[in-house]
Design a binder for this molecule. Sequence first.
Ligand SMILES: [Zn+2]
Ligand SMILES: [Zn+2]
Length: 449
Amino acid sequence: MIGFFVEPQPDETLYSIFARYADRVQYPSQVKLIRELTGSVNPLNLTLLPGRLGHLDRALPTHHDWSVDALIDEHTLLPFFASFRSRQRVLALRRAMQETNGIKVEAFAGLHASHIKLPQWLRYCVDCAAEDHLRIGFRYWHRIHQLPLIDVCPVHEAQLINTSVSARMRGRWKRLVTADEAIHRSIRRPGGTHDKKKRETILALARDCEWLLQKSCTGIKIVELRQQYLSLLQERQLATWAGRLRRSRIVAEIGRYYTHKFLDHLGCALGKPDRNNWVIRSFHESRIEQVHPLQHLLIIHWLGLSASELMSMHRESLPFGKGPWPCLNRSADHFRKFLIQACRVSRSPKGGVPLGLFSCPACQFTYVRRGPDEGPKDAFRIGKVRIRGREWERNLRSLWMNPAVQFKEMRARLGVCFATIKRQAARLDLPPRHLLKAVLSDRFQGKAA
Ligand SMILES: [Zn+2]
Ligand SMILES: [Zn+2]
């Protein structure tokens, strides 16, 4: 156990905390120091998702007041990398960061599965560094400046500066360098620059990342996220009410919105609109978690929202439950069967009450109901029928054209009142019923004669 430790600063990376500690104690060997803190010679990647945090917890002075979970939430990039992961997966990742090494954590988090490059060098924002120096007398490495692709500071909108300090501790052992030392020696590398629109996009993504890093990462409900995406696609006619995606149009629209060149530059090339395309994977429940958080953010911005807007809608976006919902076409043989997979939620212009639009993929019967539902019985409540569908019309026609069928029976079998039957029959140009009855009675009398 060590005698004292440095006070971690807001948004400081674990690398930075270790580097400041090493600088303070002036240990003759940094290798030994790292082994003492993490139980390993090379703890790998202290900036992104470090492992062996359980060992660190045990090595720290007994009076320290931060838990491993707080360390993960406030000083690692887990809240970013796991922002679109399920609760179970986030829990498993936290456990891995506590007990296994960095290589296993990175593999488990799928860090190398996408084409999005991890930053090569540690970076800083000139304005943040100046403010830190003024406030506390030293500078430190911030998490928000070490994210893949995000090379703008969301606070100062300033281009980040690349230093010559390697962001990765892979391979040969490298000495820990404090931000103070790196900035003082003014070791820097030129970063990339973007045109105005791309810069605005990166800045918007950076603000989302900042928001993600500030909240405790507990995982999300994947089913709800998928439903939320689907509703937004349906509103744009990019998915059918039955839940089928219009893949080619979705991919083409994203390509137009961001430009292919920009997406290629980000490592998010679009390719064919098949099920392996990262855009399409984002909308598949079983594959949502394989998609990089930055790709989710690109999708969310294309849908006209920020991450915080999507996630706050997320909680209140299921006023009709998760589905599937029943078809309420009384004339269909699948009446009350749960065939409707998607529900489009909108808000009523007066009072903002949620309105759910339900459309049966088997018979096109479509109805709208006011929400929110208060119990499972509400699923069988029709508000207003929008489309009766081909099957309902076929049934009306065959009942109407059979003069032996009474209106009472038609009402029961079609589930509507007398006035609606007459109105729909007129819309379908069906002959008046008294004429049909006259034909029937003529035939009957003809036979009798
Ligand atoms: Zn800044
Ligand atoms: Zn139906």
